[in-house]
Write a protein that binds this ligand. Structure first.
Ligand code: GMT
Length: 374
């Protein structure tokens, strides 16, 4: 198949999934054309069968705001025509699904390009619900030839929030368990926890929905029982507030802000527990990365997290904001070596058995075939 993929190229789970999907499809013999405003950050090095088409943005004094949606649609038309694409697979509905709708209709009569939209999270649960976007998101989803969602939760939310009757296929996110895997404790851990302290890790984009400040509140409670360090990976609007809170609670020596990082596998393997206290999370790819490294996850009970984290098997789930319970679960796991080992193994096994890319990529291929033959 010849597949066009559009995603956000910067940091973020939807871009990671889109890029890894494209690379995996290319390795299975498909031709993949990424169409975006920049090279997706995970698209490093030469990969056979993978091509990148940059959306150029023209500036003109009359255009006070960048017209990316339209430029993207034009680029989709150009690439579809000249590369003979069979389908356009767009990740994150806004504005990609709308650009693809435009491209499809511009090509009408010349080429019947199929459009598949994958819904990832806040495109449905947050931004898409704003009055300025809602009618457009609903329309673009209804007009897509195929729609997938990364969890059952997200599928249900889409159907009810947008009053849509369309069939939505649930295809979960996936992980390369040959890359995200348990390794021996590395020098980084000795550096972070020189006196044998336990280590909690959290990775996110520090947006409000991630409730990163809860990780510091949890650390404060855990630290009263067991000497523990907290590693915070990533950057975003709430980082300053987190730094301020760590100072105010006298925890600066216990919280390490690493900012954006490339070497996630090493960092995850330097920790004991992954903490994800989000207010909204349609899947939780960051938690899956930790599980694949054999790290039990303590999460809030929102969105698709309970579809990923098995309570009392691969970690524990608590109500949003219930930092006392999260801390209690962490202390329980960290003070019970046998239980910890079982949870660690369960986490790795679940990543391997349910979410390894070898299990999920064929689901996308089958879905593509289904939509192309419909
Ligand atoms: O929706 C977002 O906030 C952005 C998006 C992204 O691009 O990272 O994250 C969502 O998609 C990820 C990949 O499918 C999921 O793992 C995240 O749970 C989801 N984020 C939210 O639902 C907040």
């Amino acid at each position: 198949m010849k597949i066009g993929i559009t995603c956000y190229p910067t940091y973020g789970g939807s871009g990671v999934i889109a890029t890894e999907l494209g690379k995996a499809l290319a390795m299975r013999g498909h031709q993949v054309h990424f169409i975006s405003y920049a090279l997706p950050f995970r698209l490093t090095g030469f990969v056979e069968n993978v091509f990148f088409h940059e959306v150029e943005m023209s500036s003109y004094p009359l255009f006070e705001f960048p017209l990316y949606t339209l430029s993207l649609a034009s680029k989709m038309v150009e690439v579809t025509e000249f590369e003979n694409l069979d389908l356009l697979h767009v990740h994150y509905a806004i504005p990609h699904a709308s650009s693809a709708y435009l491209a499809k209709n511009i090509l009408k009569g010349k080429r019947n390009i199929k459009v598949i939209t994958t819904l990832h999270g806040t495109d449905i649960t947050l931004v898409g619900l704003e009055p300025s976007f809602l009618p457009l998101v609903k329309f673009s989803i209804e007009e897509s030839d195929g729609v997938t969602a990364v969890s059952r939760f997200l599928k249900e939310k889409t159907l009810t929030n947008y009053n849509i009757e369309k069939n939505i296929e649930v295809i979960p996110n996936f992980i390369d368990t040959d890359i995200f895997k348990p390794t021996e404790a590395c020098s980084f851990r000795k550096h972070i926890a020189p006196d044998g302290e336990k280590v909690i890790v959290h990775t996110s984009n520090f947006r409000q929905v991630k409730r990163v400040t809860d990780t510091i509140k949890v650390l404060e409670l855990v630290n009263k029982e067991i000497p523990t360090k907290l590693i915070l990976v990533g950057d975003g609007p709430d980082r300053y507030e987190c730094e301020r809170m760590a100072r105010q609670l006298n925890l600066s020596d216990h919280v390490r802000f690493l900012g954006k990082q490339e070497g996630l596998v090493e960092i995850l393997n330097s920790a004991d527990i992954f903490l994800i206290p989000s207010q909204s999370e349609s899947f939780g790819l960051a938690a899956l990365e930790a599980m694949a490294c054999g790290k039990p996850v303590i999460s809030s009970s929102v969105g698709g997290l309970p579809e990923l984290v098995k309570h009392n098997e691969t970690g524990y789930i608590a109500e949003i904001g219930d930092v006392e319970r999260m801390a209690k679960y962490i202390v329980d796991l960290l003070s019970n070596e046998k239980k910890y080992e079982i949870f660690s193994k369960n986490s790795r096994d679940r990543a391997l058995n349910k979410f390894d890319k070898s299990k999920v990529i064929p689901l996308y291929e089958e879905y593509y075939e289904h939509i192309l033959n419909a």
